[in-house]
Design a protein around this ligand. Sequence first.
Ligand SMILES: [Zn+2]
Length: 252
Amino acid sequence: MIKKKRNYKEDSSESGISKDKGFDRDSWKPKTELGKKVKNGDISTIDYILDRGLPLLEPQIVDMLLPGLQVDLLEVGQSKGKFGGGKRSIWRQTQKKTKEGNKPSFATLAVCGDGNGYVGIGFGKAKETVPAREKATRMAKLNIIKIKRGCGSWECGCGQAHSIPFTVDGKCSSALFKLMPAPKGTKLCTEREAQKILRFAGIKDVYGKARGQTRTKLNVMYACFDALKQLSKVKTKERHIQKLGIVGGRNE
Ligand SMILES: [Zn+2]
């Protein structure tokens, strides 16, 4: 087999943001029962699907029910560099050694959210960059979750949904991530890539802390997402909901 030299730089531009073609409702042919119901208009909110835990298998459902959805890629890999590592890049490039030569593959992590209570992350890996990005985007949409927001900061106590209602811990492998409520004006006081996830989720003020093997960015991002999941798992009472101004999902 002849060794082919491909130009990988072509698509590994720093932006990596998929050009939004705009979701075309008419050309979408739903394959699942749920998709058909969404297209007919029987289901008009994503809460109906998420609250019941219905199987979400088509990314177009999310496109349709959350109009302002944005997608971005997180910098989980690094480009080649001399003297111990290069610049951070959105592609994690790995190689398999074979008889024919090195077979490279690309992996990336996409984040999607509407900036108002809904967020998802997804992993994609392929031999080329473009299919990897498409896979990641698709998985991010299918992994979408609803988060709870509120104001749990004792310094603030305004009762508006600009932060999170209580401290949560997330974990993935040896990476640990902690999110704490912060008063108004703090902004996202945490690791740079995690800020993207939190911004897409619609959180404005928060303190964050990453511990453990934080050099594995992929796991840190999963840990941050896990922490956001924990917000919904903690049991809240009616008086807490009023006192902390807890809002699940969209805020107005
Ligand atoms: Zn507040």
